[in-house]
Design a protein around this ligand. Structure first.
Ligand code: UDX
Length: 414
């Protein structure tokens, strides 16, 4: 702790990855400054409010508050700092490619303000060669004549288990073309006592896309097999069991349903296909994964339409709207597209979610009914769609569902 407290780490971006990274380094005894352009978020964090819904994060933020500084002042953030973690968003552009404008805005600030030797670490998911380009960019814009190193250090945390995924990560990937950068980064990660994968910049960048795309592919694969089971009268759950017990396959990410959502899989699979194609390689499997996922969202609506000639004026209950449980995140949540489609068909929607109703109301305003309790949904609707496997929903007393028609979008109501 003595030495850690002398090291200054600056984390840029207080989104999921940035905030969790910052709090975990503070927990390890480092002094961490978080920089973000969003004044409201910084104010709320300074007031002690944890701005994302993540188990135990709020407690850990409060336990480590004396080691954490939140600011919008880049000069303060980069002054005298030893490590900079770039954790800004890399959203999807309309053509599916990755928008790097936040990364380059950060590079500009870094070039302006760093005033001592430091390691610049890109944690944001970025296309292959971005680290090298950012290094050149900072070099050519540097105001103070200081040495810096570039390293890639992708993040594999999942929302809902972000702290565990960071403090007990399955691996820490460090990519750099410079041995000193690797040693310096290992020096701050050694206290985590986790396995390392050490590689070069391009490999590290591509590894992140390969991991996310492989997991997405597992999901689309099992969804196609589940669709086939429906047609052939086979049991997908027995198939999952039989597949999962083969250790070469593994039992994770084989739960069928309405497909993946969230801030990563969709964006990263599309970006990978795009930059692979620009490099002259057509990634056919990942392209199919994307196609399957896009149609999978509507699988319950197809079933509903087979069962009812018209959806007009049907009261439909939606249980769960977040893209997965234990998060309030609605980014790329299948529920949004599903509700949109149901509204197009003129159904009446009654939605329940334990944490996301407020955010949902910003999307659908007065077009749907918001139910703070599951019972409120059941009172109005005989048709129920389960779109997120929240514990509250999975554990519903089955007697309450006795007369309901349940469309289970997460294969969780057995
Ligand atoms: C994912 C990756 O897991 C993580 O390593 C990466 O850093 C960021 O993206 P996250 O988006 O938090 O994490 O969620 P994850 O738990 O992976 O689930 C993604 C989506 O896939 C969810 O919508 C989930 O419901 C769906 N999913 C997951 C399935 O449909 N079936 C499964 O078997 C597993």
């Amino acid at each position: 702790m003595q030495t850690n407290s002398k090291v200054k780490i600056t984390v840029v971006g207080v989104g999921y990855v940035g905030l969790v990274t910052a709090i975990c380094f503070a927990h390890k005894g480092y002094k961490v400054t978080c920089l973000d352009i969003n004044e409201e978020k910084i104010k709320r964090l300074n007031d002690g409010e944890c701005i994302i819904y993540e188990p135990e994060l709020e407690e850990m933020l409060s336990e480590n508050k004396e080691r954490l500084t939140f600011t919008t002042d880049a000069c303060l953030a980069f002054n005298d700092c030893d490590y900079i973690f770039i954790c800004v968003g890399t959203p999807e552009k309309e053509d599916g490619s990755c928008d790097l404008s936040f990364v380059y805005n950060t590079a500009d600030l870094i070039a302006n303000y760093i005033n001592k030797e430091c390691v610049i670490v890109i944690k944001s998911t970025v296309p292959v060669c971005t680290n090298e380009k950012v290094e050149e960019y900072i070099k050519s814009h540097l105001v103070n004549d200081v040495k810096f190193y570039i390293a890639s250090n992708p993040e594999f945390l999942s929302q809902g288990s972000a702290l565990k995924d960071t403090l007990e990560a399955s691996r820490i990937v460090i990519g750099s073309n410079d041995k000193i950068a690797i040693e310096k980064l290992k020096a701050i990660y050694d206290s985590f006592n986790l396995p390392y994968v050490i590689t070069n910049l391009r490999t590290s960048e591509l590894m992140k896309y390969a991991c996310n795309s492989f997991l997405a592919t597992k999901i689309s694969f099992i969804n196609e097999i589940a669709n086939l089971c429906d047609i052939l009268g086979a049991d997908i759950n027995d198939i999952r069991l039989g597949m999962g017990l083969d250790s070469r396959i593994g039992n994770k990410f084989l739960n069928p349903g309405i497909g993946y959502g969230g801030s990563c899989f969709s964006k990263d699979t599309k970006a990978l296909v795009k930059f692979a194609s620009e490099a002259g390689y057509e990634l056919r499997i990942v392209s199919s994964t994307i196609d399957v996922n896009e149609s999978q969202r509507y699988i319950l609506i197809d079933k509903l339409k087979k069962d009812f000639s018209s959806l007009e004026n049907l009261n439909i209950g939606i249980l769960g709207v977040t893209y997965k449980p234990n998060t309030n995140d609605l980014r790329d949540a299948p529920s949004i597209d599903i509700i949109d489609k149901l509204l197009e068909e003129r159904a009446n929607i009654y939605a329940y979610d334990p944490v996301a109703l407020n955010d949902l109301s910003k999307v659908f305003k007065d077009k749907i009914y918001y139910c703070p309790r599951i019972e409120d949904v059941l009172e109005h609707c005989d048709i129920i769609m389960v779109l997120t496997e929240w514990k509250q929903i999975v554990d519903i007393d089955r007697k309450l569902l006795k007369d309901k028609i349940v469309y289970d979008g997460r294969n969780c109501m057995r």
